[in-house]
Write a protein that binds this ligand. Structure first.
Ligand code: CUK
Ligand code: CUA
Ligand code: CA
Length: 642
């Protein structure tokens, strides 16, 4: 029991003692290095008071989560061109769940059942419109500046779609395709309403467009890039409808939102509006484009917008030429380093920090000054950049510890660098004694995103940092030419960063968030009445209407409600299956051999599939999910007669 406690972070205890005070105790014991302070952070005083040697000999502190014990954090990760999202445990690194979104997943039946197809979107013939996707960023919904555990949102870069995941079941429930957008990359939820004080939660999701295209993309202007453009889209978090779009100059990479709800920003690496690699690197400086949310919504309200092609979504002009007057502008373009990549909001709500990829700098933008510029009270927009520390080569993304420090991934240096924001500002003002860079750690290898525990909220707690490394090379057993990627967990609770663990990731996660476990409240059993097509004893059985046959089936371990199902060749068969087991973790499967059908039903859940019975014969419908000692016997005969 003691062993287990040692590795647990106890939030209440931390609060009661005060983190600084508590970590101070660890420091007094002379404990530095991998995971030690993390491991001790949650233990009772008598454990902390143990001799240093005893504590130091504990195995892999901060990483081990004993059998049967739970992780302290959820790690919600994107899955790149796998098209899915994932849930891992922190600090164990255990994979807890994969959430299919834009991909097909036979384990759950995503892309196979009628219900999932309706969410994914179908062509007139009923087949899926798309079966591929590329998820880069996962962000949660907010309330009072921190996660409210309601929704996750993620992007599909290939087909410019935004997906919503409900966090009680961890299932995708809506997907929206953005009109006239290609290369939808950056995404961020808003954190409150810019106007209404009472709306202190997420109502919008902002989506950036990375690849400019003709607008509309209907064959016109193919040879005239001056007419191409990029749209910043605002999606309603509740209805998932696109509220408005804002056309800008250049492009959009990552997106960030301010804690007051007033501003969104997006890095802009192609201010050149170039068509090729060389062209996109000609300007010595690029920009972060800022959006004044309240003003854009006012313009939409006042009818000051256009529409593009067949889309009815209002499009506001955010290009430079139309936004020269600060007092009326809906956008501004803040100059910073060359080809910037990430932009992240500091948890104190004061700054956006950009990682200037092709410059060795990060840029710190003070948001109050951006608002001052929009109010016409700042002479020069350049003044909003209050620091630009040199931190290393290939900076991509920045995370925060809630103690004033930033952690930026350096792709080219293959490092994470810890630096202090206040010191960077002092240095920018001329303080030669400022100590900006505090620590560096090598990562294996070449990091993309880095993110910290609760780091994108006001509750940033400075414990864990995950480095999403793009190459693993020789770190794991070789498995052919395709290597896994590395998620490298780093303890950032002390002065020095220390690696706790490395684990593999199936390509290719980009970004993620690390969420305290108490934020997440999942349900274990569905409510049967939430499914309008639920099969109950009174409607179970076969119903025929012409050549349309509806098989209403129930499952209860270890049997399906019908041992035999007879249909005729040429019938269009719909099987609706409701799982009547009301026991936690008692899931059944349903597979139909040679008909390409495979899905599961969780306790009290209903799903359906439809197929054409175009081949005669006997087919054993069987349960795919081990559910009972008689799981293998859980089958039903489908007889398709000539
Ligand atoms: S991007 Cu991949 S490492 Cu899509 Cu957020 Cu930076
Ligand atoms: Cu039901 Cu296996
Ligand atoms: Ca550029």
């Amino acid at each position: 029991m003691t062993e287990v406690k040692k590795n647990r972070l106890d939030e209440d205890l931390l609060k009661a003692n005060g983190r600084r005070n508590f970590l101070g105790k660890s420091a007094l014991l002379g404990l530095t290095g991998a995971g030690v302070s993390l491991g001790l952070a949650g233990c009772k005083d008598e454990i902390a008071a143990k001799p240093a040697a005893a504590a130091a000999s504990a195995p892999a502190l901060g990483r081990e989560v004993a059998p049967g014990q739970l992780d302290d954090y959820y790690h919600f990760s994107s899955g790149g061109h796998s098209g899915e999202a994932r849930i891992l445990g922190v600090p164990s690194g255990r994979t807890l769940r994969r959430i299919p979104i834009f991909n097909i997943d036979p384990m759950v039946g995503w892309g196979i059942t009628n219900e999932s197809k309706a969410i994914m979107g179908t062509k007139p013939d009923g087949s899926l419109k798309y079966t591929t996707g590329d998820t880069h960023h996962v962000h949660g919904s907010y309330k009072d500046g921190t996660y409210d555990g309601r929704w996750l949102f993620t992007n599909d870069k290939i087909h410019s779609r935004l997906a919503r995941i409900r966090m009680d079941t961890m299932e995708c429930d809506k997907i929206t395709e953005l009109p006239n957008v290609m290369g939808f990359h950056g995404i961020f939820t808003d954190k409150r309403d810019p106007v209404d004080e009472k709306i202190n939660y997420t109502t919008r999701v902002f989506c950036g467009q990375e690849f400019h295209t003709p607008l509309p993309n209907d064959g016109r202007d193919l040879e005239d890039p001056s007419k191409w453009g990029c749209l910043f889209s605002c999606v309603d978090a509740e209805t998932m409808e696109v509220r408005w779009q804002c056309r800008i100059d250049g492009n959009m990479e990552l997106v960030a939102t301010s804690y007051d709800g007033k501003l969104a920003g997006s890095t802009n690496y192609n201010t050149e509006n170039a068509m090729d690699l060389a062209g996109m690197m000609t300007a010595e400086r690029d920009a972060c484009t800022f959006f004044h949310i309240e003003r854009i919504e006012k313009m939409v309200k006042d009818g000051k917008f256009t529409t593009i092609g067949s889309s009815k979504v209002p499009v506001v002009d955010g290009r430079k030429a139309a936004n020269a007057d600060p007092k009326a502008a809906v956008t501004c373009y803040v100059q910073l380093g060359k080809n910037p990549h990430g932009v992240n909001a500091s948890p104190d709500g004061k700054y956006f920090v950009t990682a200037d990829k092709l410059s060795p700098t990060a840029s710190v933008i003070e948001l109050a000054l951006v608002l001052k510029w929009f109010a016409g009270e700042l002479k020069d927009l350049k003044e909003v950049v209050v620091a630009q520390p040199e931190i290393g080569l290939g900076p991509l993304h920045t995370a925060f510890d809630g103690k004033g420090n930033a952690y930026t991934s350096l792709f080219l240096d293959s490092q994470v660098v810890k630096w202090n924001i206040a010191q960077a500002i002092a240095q920018f003002k001329g303080d030669k004694a400022a100590k900006v860079v505090l620590d560096r750690i090598d990562v294996n290898f070449q990091p993309g995103h880095g993110y910290s525990s609760m780091g994108e909220t006001k509750e940033s707690d400075g414990k864990y940092f995950n480095s999403g490394n793009k190459f693993s090379k020789d770190r794991f057993l070789p498995v052919g030419p395709l290597h896994p990627e590395t998620e490298q967990l780093i303890n950032i609770s002390g002065e020095k960063m220390a690696t706790i663990a490395e684990h593999t990731a199936y390509p290719e996660p980009h970004d993620g968030i690390i969420v305290r476990r108490d934020v997440v409240k999942t349900r274990q059993i569905y409510n049967m009445d939430d499914f309008p097509n639920a099969v109950k004893a009174e409607n179970a059985g076969i119903e025929r209407k012409g050549n349309k046959v509806h098989v209403r089936l129930m499952s209860q371990a270890p049997a399906f409600s019908m041992p035999i199902i007879k249909v005729k060749k040429g019938d269009e068969v719909t099987i609706t299956l409701t799982n009547h087991d009301k026991v936690e973790d008692l899931t059944h499967g349903c597979a139909v051999p040679t008909y390409n059908i495979c899905f599961i039903v969780n306790p009290q859940e209903t799903k359906s599939v439809t197929f054409k019975a175009d081949r005669v014969g006997a087919y054993w419908i069987y349960c795919t999910h081990f559910c009972h000692a008689l799981h293998l016997e859980m089958r039903s005969r489908l007889l398709i007669e000539a």
